[in-house]
Design a binder for this molecule. Structure first.
Ligand code: 5SP
Ligand code: FE2
Length: 234
């Protein structure tokens, strides 16, 4: 299935805030997630790391499945920082994940992975690491529901936002007005402006939300900034 993101149709893009729980107290994953959702999160961005594609490990489908059992209705995106992303499609679909976001750099066969994700009933997210140029995505964009532009090297929360990734977001937004574009890494109240101006509408924020005394306010402020920009263009 192909989605034509180039045409300017009637689809109104909205801002979605998806906190990353990577730097939360993972022994309280359920409580932390419920708190973030009560504070206004639109979806949960679950960072899955395999210690191979990135030099860090987190959790996999068994944990996601347990969390899903306690939170049945919320949109779960798994950010798959794994080699061989094909391997975890079925288990993540079984865990009732809504969107499976994998990395361009992790596979030789992007179309095949996109197709298998869709066949398993999930939305397709396709991401690139900072050193990967955005134009490699051109022939795959219509196979995806969302493009992820990493604004740090994947692997760890709490890193500094890479401002020089914003031209990638701008290029995508100017060519694909209806595309969902996500930014991830070092995003918070201090760095949301360039993301919004460049055209990102899906905002992942870990440390800035989790470590804040007022996560609700942080998410509200980021949403307001993004919505202001989205409303400018239409
Ligand atoms: O995927 C990743 C890191 O690899 C992210 O989801 C970050 O973990 C977000 O955390 P902050 O950079 O906002 O602290
Ligand atoms: Fe992530």
């Amino acid at each position: 299935m192909r989605v034509n993101h180039r045409k300017m149709g009637s689809k109104q893009l909205t801002c979605k805030i998806g906190p990353s729980i990577l730097n939360a107290d993972l022994s309280n994953l359920h409580e932390e997630s419920v708190r973030l959702l009560a504070d206004g999160a639109d979806y949960l961005h679950l960072d899955v790391m395999d210690g191979h594609f990135v030099p860090n490990m987190t959790f996999g489908h068994p944990v996601v499945k347990c969390l899903r059992a306690k939170i049945p209705d919320v949109f779960f995106e798994t950010h798959m920082m794994v080699s061989n992303p094909e391997q975890w499609i079925t288990p993540m679909a079984d865990a009732k994940v809504n969107q499976y976001t994998f990395h361009f750099e992790a596979t030789e066969n992007v179309p095949l992975v996109c197709r298998k994700i869709r066949e398993a009933g999930m939305k397709v997210g396709l991401g690139i690491k900072p050193k990967t140029p955005v134009d490699v995505l051109e022939k795959y964009i219509d196979l995806a529901d969302m493009i992820l532009i990493m604004t740090v090297e994947p692997g760890f929360g709490g890193q500094s936002f890479m401002y020089d990734m914003m031209p990638k977001v701008k290029w995508l937004r100017s060519n694909y007005p209806e595309l969902n574009i996500e930014v991830d890494g070092g995003v918070g109240p201090e760095t949301i402006h360039p993301c919004a101006e460049a055209g990102a509408n899906m905002i992942v924020s870990g440390t800035a939300v989790i470590k804040s005394k007022d996560p609700k306010q942080v998410m509200e402020d980021m949403r307001e900034t993004v919505e202001k920009e989205l409303n400018k263009c239409c």
